[in-house]
Design a protein around this ligand. Structure first.
Ligand SMILES: C[S@@+](CC[C@H](N)C(=O)[O-])C[C@H]1O[C@@H](n2cnc3c(N)ncnc32)[C@H](O)[C@@H]1O
Length: 186
């Protein structure tokens, strides 16, 4: 389980990535539809896995930028191959790291997205605080889980509020469960 989905590596990681590639497209498309980004949008995807979500997000911000953050070298290879053109054109940047210690400046993203990995963060509260820090005031977080992922939005509203997010609420997500919350304008 750990080397398949939590920190994909080796042959188990390849198998896990194949499963993510088979099962992930509907959620990746739903995230893009729900994102409300302008063409100039700046978005961060945490835990991008094989890069299906990145692929959709790149399409909807033709004049903006997509950043992906994931600790797995194997997932960097997969997502890099899938999104080679966007990386080459400078529309997508892939960064190695974890949600709990994001190497990004404050207030730089309009949207932060996480699919099927918030439940894997070793310190979920620190990850949410970091997501809040890198969002611009008024920016939005979407945290989603497909049904087979084992993750859930249960308790997430309280964690989001504790981290400093405003207006957390469940989203109607046909692909599983999802919640959104906002960085206060101040
Ligand atoms: C089950 S996969 C989901 C991948 C992708 N979001 C999808 O839906 O296809 C979980 C991903 O989260 C990443 N991950 C695990 N712990 C993480 C953390 N603390 N911060 C950021 N990403 C993490 C893993 O490396 C893996 O790529």
């Amino acid at each position: 389980m750990y080397r398949m989905f939590v920190r994909p590596a080796g042959p188990e990681g390849e198998t896990g990535a194949d499963m993510m590639e088979r099962n992930g497209p509907p959620m990746a498309r739903w995230i893009a539809r729900t994102s409300q980004l302008s063409p100039q949008g700046r978005v961060l995807e945490i835990g991008f896995g094989p890069g299906l979500g990145l692929e959709q997000l790149v399409k909807i911000v033709p004049d903006g930028h997509v950043t992906g953050l994931d600790p797995s070298k194997l997932m960097h290879q997969r997502a890099g191959r899938r999104n080679a053109e966007a990386v080459r054109d400078g529309r997508l940047t892939l960064v190695e790291g974890v949600a709990e210690a994001m190497p990004f400046d404050d207030n730089i993203f309009d949207l932060v997205v996480s699919v099927d990995n918030h439940h894997f963060w070793t310190d979920p509260q620190a990850g949410l605080r970091a997501a809040l820090r890198v969002l611009r005031p008024g920016g939005r977080l979407i945290c989603a889980f497909t049904l087979p992922s084992g993750g859930s939005t249960r308790g997430l509203s309280r964690r989001l509020q504790t981290a400093g997010f405003a207006n957390p609420r469940a989203l109607d997500c046909p692909e599983g469960e999802a919640a959104e919350a906002w960085k206060p304008e101040q």
